[in-house]
Ligand binder design. Sequence first.
Ligand code: CTP
Length: 421
Amino acid sequence: MNTVNILAEKKILLGVTGGIAVYKAVELCSKLVQARANVQVLMTRSAQKFVQPLTFGAMSGRPPITDLWQLYQGDKIGHVTLAHEADLFIIAPLTAHTLARLAQGMADGPITATALSTRAPLLIAPAMESNMWEHPATQANLQLLVGRGATVVGPEAGRLASGKIGRGRMTEPAVIQEHARMVLGRTGPLSGLRITITSGGTREWVDPVRFMGNRASGKMGVALARMARDQGAQVNLIYGAMSVEPPLGVNLVEAIRAEDMLRATLDLLPDTDILISAAAIADFRPVTTHGSKLKKESGRGIQLERTPDVLKAVAEQRAKLGMPKLVVGFAAETSDLITNATRKLESKSLEMIVLNDITAADAGFGVDTNRVTILTRDGAAETLPLMDKEEVAFNILHRIRGLLGAQSIGWSPGIGSVISS
Ligand code: CTP
């Protein structure tokens, strides 16, 4: 894996079966193509009644396969070639009928024949009328596919084509795309590793209305969690206040105050191989949290006390547990950058610290980009150019793997510049 975008260059088969949700499959196809995947669409006859193959052809740059016999061309048997080369087979929407045919192992159309021939993971997004979905026959068929390793996304509850409210709507394309990333990443370079990431900012309550907080958006922690998930890690995301949605497929633990971050982090330590502390954790909290809203007349200043230093507590536990194997911190600095970050690296017993200059307008809090310097215990300090937070996350994870002494993940060096070592 040598790219931040796990979908890039992947060979994805998109099977489209006939239901009103076919229009959403057009959007899914478009999203996958925009993510630079090579998409080959296969359609059943009934799918073509909802949307012309031309639409998918224009979108994917390849004519869709609409007929089993279209697959037998020249000296190659098309469905076998397609099936063998595929990285992932998505069927969205999947009707009750094709689900039944897949469960029975039939090969009477391009989608079912290809599904039998491929060893690529199967991701299905069923969509049908709610009674059909709930029918024991459909559920039994579904269990057969799940038992054979298929990943099922949806269906969702909501308003159906029949006008009824019920479960049967196809999951939104953006969500299916996230699942596609997850399935593709399952056997990635971090598979087998448990990574705990803290993200966002803490809030220390003054009264039920007011808190002491900070500008952290959670974007860096979320990017790390998503990238680690895409590389096969089992991810815990301990999150405080965030302005971004956490990614799918990670274990979420909410922790609003520094004290909550401490408890959540320590609880997960025995099951954590790598801890990345990206959260902006408060250093002070009000001595008293008032149970009712403070009146302005009573405002005589807020007395503060120190909060626990989570990473220092981790260092103590780690000495007893032998876990995590590796701890990474962040240093948000405004001056004496390297000196301050190096001091934190040592005082918090970290293997790596990611330093960012929060005075820069295009890096740090709230923005989508970051410019970081990665410092390690051997004294190396590597400054990466300004990049998207997902790229920063990718680089951090790559270097973590390097420290773990694991096999190279194929990242070509040269993206960063070593400023001292
Ligand atoms: N951190 C922590 N517990 C705290 C505060 C911070 O574990 N109470 C972690 C952060 O998640 C980060 C690292 O320590 O990984 C450095 O955080 P930073 O705010 O830069 O430094 P502080 O230790 O808070 O020191 P200072 O505010 O004096 O710079």
